[in-house]
Design a protein around this ligand. Sequence first.
Ligand code: ATP
Length: 355
Amino acid sequence: MQHTRSLSQQTPSNSLKVIFSGIQPTGIPHLGNYLGALRQWVHLQNTSDDSTTLIYSLVDLHAITLRQPPAQLRQWKRESLAMLLAIGLDPKRSTIFHQSTVPAHAELMWILSCQASTGYLGRMTQWKDKTSGEKEGSEKLKLGLFSYPVLQASDVLVHGATHVPVGEDQAQHLEFAREVARGFNHVYGDGTGPLMVPETIISSAKRVMSLTDPEAKMSKSHANPKSRILLTDSEDEIRGKTNAAVTDSNAGVSYDPVQRPGVSNLIDILYHCTKGAGFADQVALAKDLDGSSLRVVKQRVSDAIEGQVRPIRERYQEIISNDQLLDDASAEGMLKATISASATLAKVKQAIGLT
Ligand code: ATP
């Protein structure tokens, strides 16, 4: 059973919260990353007080589960860090770090790998999707990709996260992390520790779909660059990609993600970029749009996306050329994350008899 609730529903306001989340530096983040996860990271930072610790990771060890050209990976790591600052994360308030600079993540992963069930891992949707078409025993099936959820569990658990804000595609992995924590606590602890069992927070924009293939989610790794709006796209690029978005030939405008995935995705994007646009839900927004041509709808969607992306794009352009700022942010994040991770790792090693 998946366990997802809103932050305010779960913990009394005076209790300590640790928010953890991550993004792979596998390209410039896109609108789906922003609406599904990153916007929520900033909101949590800007609305929580000092009793909340915020930890956000550029998960570069996850990025190498699929082969990346080394120079490209280095560039993406830098660009992704610049983007986290451009969206409004503040290194003084949030810990922002590259995963590979904190070895405790990989160390805990090995320990948890000795607990994790291969049967459970084999049922993960993302593993099946990313390896579909490969025969069992194929050279292309890599252990790192198979054990991706164990590393993800370690990322979250090593910082004692209480809440993990992610898009819907990560909910299954988070359920696995909860299961691993419960199993470890049962075998080595008193049932309630040493690992914290985290809650998953799914944003309302839980799955933004591809513009060219609206049955698939928007992703950094989709082969067609026109399938996603990047947070660095110019206004012309945003308008071009939105105008070319796949829709259908049905008359009128209606919200029906199953029958009309392309049109419904545009309505979803408009709804989330305008924070509801004054409508109770997407069905009400679609009713208001009915009677407009799809050309006009796409124009409104482009305007709404540009409204979200423009300030981010402008800040990003300033930050990406500031090497000092990026180096300082990365070094500060590594230090803070190393300290944060060491406490749980020490407890785990003690619990299993390594120390
Ligand atoms: P890749 O294509 O390299 O696998 P990705 O685009 O799927 O990358 P991740 O780095 O795996 O993105 O995910 C970062 C965060 O963005 C996660 O919380 C994930 O759930 C969220 N996310 C990714 N794609 C979408 C989407 N299309 N809609 C909503 N949230 C998304």
